[in-house]
Structure formats: C-alpha cells, structure tokens
Design a protein. Structure first.
Length: 324
C-alpha cells in the first residue's frame, strides 16, 4: 500500500498569488458544487478556446477563455503549458504533452497558451522563461516546472499529479475509466501525515511540528515528515514577519537577527535568490557561533524547495565557497 499526500502549494506560492489576481477565484468556489455535478462526463472544452480536433480535453487558450478553462480544474487538473511559437523547446514539450493528454481520457486537461498571442496570461503567472508548465487544481496553482523535460520524467510528473488529486477531484477516475487506465481501488494515506497536514491547514503550526517530529522520532528517514517539518517551522516564523524588516536589515548588516528575519520575509515574498544571497553574504562577514547559526538557517530554507531546484544548487555552491 502506498502512502500519498497532497501536493505542496506552499512551494508555488508566487504562482498562486499571481493567479489569484488574474482569475475570479471567489466565483470559481461559488460554482464548485455545480462543476462537480457534471464530473461523470468528459470535461468540455472551454468556450472560446480552440480544440485541437482530437480530444475535447486539449484546448488552445486565449485571454478571453482563460478563466473558463481554469474553472474546469474543479473537476480535473488543468496542465497549463505557457509557450511561444518561436521556441523549439515549447514545441517539443507541447508535442509530448499533447500525446499524453490524447491518451488520458480526460483525466486531466491540457491548456496550451501561446504567450505571443496571450501575453497577459504569462504576466499573471509571472513567467520568466518559455516553456513554463503549471498544474492547476481547484482554481489554484499547485505545481510547476520550467523548460522541457524528458518524456519519462513528464509521464511521472503527470502520474504523481493524478495520484495526489484522485480522491479530491471527481473527474479523474471517470477520465481514467474512459482511457482504460488502471485505477487504484484503495489509496491508504498515512494518518500521521494527514493529522499533521490538517494542523498545518488550520494554521496550527506548532501542532503540525509536533506531529512531524513524532514521525521522525520513529522513522528518521521519512522524507514527507522532513519536508513537512521544515515547512511548518518556516510558516510559523514567516507568519509574524513584517516585510519592512528587509529594509531594516539592509540598514543594519551586522544585525544577525535582522538578516535571518529579512531572509524569511524574502522567501515568503518569493524573492528566493535574494534571500539566499543575503545569508551567504552574512556568512562571509561573521565568524564562530554566528556563522554556524546563519548557515543552519540557510540550510533550513533550502529544505523548503525541491532538491533539484537550480536556485538551491547555486546557493549551496556559494555557501561552500563562503565557508571554505
């Protein structure tokens, strides 16, 4: 039996905030019940978006049809491909995603966006490079990656997305049944992880830390608990951070507490590289216990991100240079 957990929206907070400004999420939530009632049939292509002619769950999105497409994420995940016709990498990824979506039975929707034709959608997502791919569920971005990836990795990414959301979005199983894909009859969630996540979602970060710590005491190698503990600790710190601490820290470079608080604020504001750079620079300036304290804080921030995050890799190299 496999333990699964929900995808981590905190790692894509910037995308979520950007989408909130571009899409009427309140209206989406108000229509959620109505959307769920139609989950038994294949998701219809959004009005105003061009279908590719082979499947109604593959759509070319315009600025006018964007919100209607996102509404479909109440039933199934919507994978938004933000690309451009001039980009060979975009065309490569579009071909792979289209092939996978064609065989999906509508268990997820592929929404293709040409940023040359719909630049405001790219602005809403804060796109910095093409192609960028974002998974949207229940009206919110939950995961994303930049650039093209190999088909095997892409297939695994889609599978993880469906596994995490199968019991939460009603249209996934119906789509898989249409596609003839095997559907797990039973998914058993780790009740300890569920309890920790529920505590996190209600804002009880101390309780969440307690649950994750208990798991790690019994299973030191539990990666979900490690990630969850790091996120709960950060959320508790970031909840009380005043964004003005950044300017205050800039004025007091020797104030260690201010530098740590400013780095937390920058990560919360998705200024991740700036936060890492601040603490690496602080490591270069201080010694002894202060240096170790800053290093530990920085390593703790690394744990909030996937291990292969390019920003983390670069910051780790810079930290090693600063230390040695």
């Amino acid at each position: 039996m496999e333990h699964v957990t929900r995808p981590d929206p905190r790692k894509t907070a910037a995308l979520s905030a950007a989408l909130s400004g571009a899409v009427d999420l309140g209206a989406l939530k108000a229509r959620a019940d109505a959307a769920r009632q139609s989950a038994a049939g294949p998701p219809a292509a959004a009005s105003g978006g061009g279908e590719n002619g082979s499947a109604p769950w593959i759509v070319d999105v315009t600025e006018a049809s964007f919100q209607a497409v996102v509404e479909q994420s109440m039933q199934v995940p919507v994978v938004v491909l933000l690309g451009a016709s001039y980009s060979p990498e975009s065309q490569q990824l579009a071909a792979s995603l289209t092939r996978f979506a064609s065989a999906s039975g509508g268990s997820w929707i592929l929404a293709r966006v040409d940023l040359e034709q719909a630049p405001r959608i790219g602005q809403a997502f804060g796109v910095q490079s093409v192609p960028t791919t974002v998974a949207v569920a229940a009206g919110q971005p939950i995961d994303a990656f930049a650039g093209p990836i190999e088909d095997a990795e892409l297939s695994q990414w889609i599978a993880r997305l469906l596994d995490a959301l199968r019991d939460r979005l009603p249209g996934i199983r119906a789509g898989e049944a249409r596609a003839g894909a095997p559907v797990e009859e039973e998914i058993v969630e780790d009740p300890r992880i569920v309890a920790a996540e529920e505590a996190f979602e209600r804002g009880d970060y101390a309780a969440a830390q307690g649950y994750y710590s208990q798991i790690l005491a019994a299973e030191p190698g539990n990666e979900l608990a490690k990630e969850g503990l790091a996120q709960a600790r950060f959320a508790e710190r970031a909840e009380g951070v005043d964004p003005t601490v950044i300017s205050k820290a800039d004025e007091a470079p020797d104030d260690i507490d201010a530098q740590l608080a400013a780095a937390d604020a920058q990560v919360a504001l998705q200024q991740v590289e700036e936060a890492f750079r601040r603490l690496v620079d602080t490591v270069r300036r201080v010694y002894g216990d202060d240096r170790d304290r800053v290093r530990q804080h920085l390593v703790g921030l690394f744990e909030l991100f996937p291990a292969d995050d390019a920003r983390v890799a670069a910051a780790r190299r810079n930290l090693a240079s600063a230390l040695y």
